[in-house]
Design a protein. Structure first.
Length: 179
């Protein structure tokens, strides 16, 4: 029962991603987007914590959770890049998407070779997700209060997120192809 609830929480992140994108694209209601993103980000922490605490981790949850995280981050970053007409956010979104596709390919290779442990989620990859989410929260907060300085710092945090994203991609690549 708890596993089903946790999977619903995970799936709700995907719905939030779509809603936030539409809000950024159609309405520019930043306070609602900020609230939804905060709830979705917190649910990522909550469902993982509860799954470990109640010993309710499932294969479906392990697959859905990172997909929901990636969809949330990518949908919102693309929505922000359109809303703000930002080449920087658009480029970083493309780089993040490229890294995710590459890591998915590495995971497929490792799965086929019975070496899935080579691309198991690392602590740095979890930090990467947290930094990405922090930058998005900063963008949405800056837009909500109409403060360009907050948006400037959000750009810096997003650049840091990009660097960590690239680093984790390299780590997975090296791990996969190391003899």
């Amino acid at each position: 029962m708890i596993t089903k609830i946790l999977n619903v929480i995970t799936l709700s992140r995907i719905l939030c991603a779509i809603l936030i994108y539409l809000i950024l694209y159609l309405e520019s209601n930043y306070a609602v987007a900020l609230f939804l993103f905060f709830i979705a980000s917190f649910s990522d922490f909550l469902d993982g914590y509860l799954a470990r605490k109640t010993n309710s981790e499932s294969v479906l949850g392990e697959i859905l959770d990172p997909i929901a995280d990636k969809l949330l981050i990518v949908f919102v970053l693309i929505g922000l890049s359109i809303n703000l007409d930002s080449f920087l956010i658009g480029f970083i979104s493309a780089a993040i998407i490229s890294r995710e596709i590459w890591v998915a390919a590495l995971r497929d290779i490792n799965s086929r070779n019975n070496q899935s442990d080579k691309t198991r989620v690392t602590f740095l990859a979890k930090i990467k997700t947290a930094i990405q989410m922090l930058s998005i929260l900063m963008y949405l907060f800056g837009l909500t209060i109409n403060n360009m300085m907050v948006l400037f710092f959000a750009d810096i945090i997003l650049i840091i997120a990009l660097l960590v994203t690239i680093q984790t991609g390299f780590q997975y690549t090296i791990s996969t192809f190391k003899k």
